[in-house]
Ligand binder design. Structure first.
Ligand code: COA
Length: 374
């Protein structure tokens, strides 16, 4: 019989498969993609280099990167049938539901017919996810049918261009590169494991990704950046933040954007996005939200030895760039698609259907009494 205890609840600490993509809490600053430390990658690379690395196993040369980005730019257009579906989704839809539906519709229109197409399908999704989000958002909220072919060089810039008037500052594009790199991959987290379970049945790429989006939607996973924003935006200064956090801790409420299932003392992604958040606050000339966030970090460490995960300072960073809060988690999707798809490739390469066992805690064997005698 499989033993379960609180220590292993949620499969914590269990090795559920092999990967050559990523380590979490093992070496370097705590997170590596294909052997490269996240700090190094976030400092020296563009997000598209990371997508290339995850999909192909090595970083691209300049020429390979130029060709890759040019190919992705050429695939930004949404099919008309997908636009029509997006136009029918209400403004009240959760944007993560829009993303999931968008991927699912694309799976009908551009079905993966064989695994030989897997990289093409992943690249097409990478190119088109920002448009799925922004086309729906601008149509349902502003009544505008946007052009999904922008001049933006990068995926992050493309997203910001569609969301606004088309002009994207260099700083904002840089922050998007860093943010998308930080979110790209994270070993066997809940959404990636979902994608791998789906892939293990030999299902198609779009089903794997749609399932993963469903897992990422929850506030204990990707939804935390949005939930953190909804919390800190209510506080007008650091002292109020401290008072409110203390009250929440007393009431044993969860503080979103803190803690982690694997990291024990810090999340290496936090230091990086925190620096960008500070830069954005300085550029904005209003550091209130940054100061509030900083105080939350101090109080949580002082009181609970809980640290900010990747999501907490993402909230203020995205807010400083004018991104609506409800679109925070879809950005995570635009990035994590790369990790999910790379895991699908890996699962397919050496597949056995994922089918664990359960410890039975139900009734002992008994006899069915005919309905007239019950
Ligand atoms: N706020 C308040 N208390 C928290 C907390 C938080 N953000 N995160 C963990 N804790 C508490 C837990 O409730 C637990 O207390 P208990 O022993 O009294 O039950 C204790 O700290 C240890 O929790 P831990 O085992 O480290 O967490 P986990 O592995 O079960 O869960 C998370 C990990 C990420 C789901 C959890 O930290 C969480 O819910 N964080 C908020 C959501 C979030 O930011 N998610 C994004 C993750 S990248």
């Amino acid at each position: 019989m499989v033993a379960t205890s609180n220590n292993t609840a949620g499969l914590r600490g269990q090795v559920a498969g092999k990967t050559a993509l990523c380590t979490v809490g093992v070496s370097g600053s705590g997170l590596t993609y294909r052997g490269y430390d996240i700090k190094d990658l976030a400092e020296k690379c563009e997000f598209e280099e990371i997508a290339y690395l995850l999909f192909n196993g090595q970083l691209p040369t300049q020429q390979e990167l130029d060709e890759y980005k040019s190919m992705l730019r050429s695939q930004r257009e949404l099919p008309t049938a997908l636009k029509e579906v997006l136009e029918r989704l209400p403004a009240s839809s959760h944007p993560m539901d829009v993303m999931r539906t968008g991927v699912s519709v694309l799976g009908n229109l551009e079905t993966e017919m064989s695994f030989a197409e897997q990289k093409d399908k992943a690249n097409r999704l990478l190119a088109v996810l920002p448009a799925i989000c922004c086309y729906w958002y601008r149509f349902s909220h502003d009544g505008i049918k946007i052009n999904t072919q922008t001049d933006a060089d990068s995926i992050g810039g493309h997203f910001l261009a569609m969301l606004g008037d088309g002009n994207v500052s260099e700083l904002h594009e840089q922050v998007m590169h860093a943010s998308l790199i930080l979110y790209a991959e994270h070993e066997f987290n809940a959404s990636t494991f979902t994608a791998r379970v789906c892939a293990s049945t030999l299902s198609d790429m779009h089903s794997c990704i749609a399932g993963a989006i469903g897992s990422l939607r929850g506030p204990l996973h990707g939804g935390a950046n949005e939930a953190a924003m909804e919390m800190i935006e209510n506080w007008t200064d650091a002292d109020q933040a401290e008072k409110e956090i203390m009250g929440m801790l007393e009431r044993k409420e969860k503080i979103m954007g803190f803690g982690h299932a694997v990291y024990r003392t810090s999340d290496p992604r936090n230091e990086i996005i925190k620096q960008w958040s500070k830069k954005l606050a300085e550029q904005q000339g209003d550091s209130t939200l940054y100061d509030v966030s900083l105080r939350c970090e101090e109080v949580m460490w002082r009181e609970k030895k809980l640290f900010c995960n990747a999501d907490f300072f993402h909230a203020s960073a995205y807010h400083f760039m004018g991104i609506p809060t409800k679109l925070f988690t879809p950005i995570f999707v635009m990035s994590r698609l790369t990790g999910w798809a790379a895991h699908v490739f890996e699962q397919r390469e050496n597949n056995r259907i994922i089918r664990p066992s359960a410890e039975y805690i139900g009734e002992q064997p008994r006899t069915v009494v005919a309905i007239e005698n019950r």
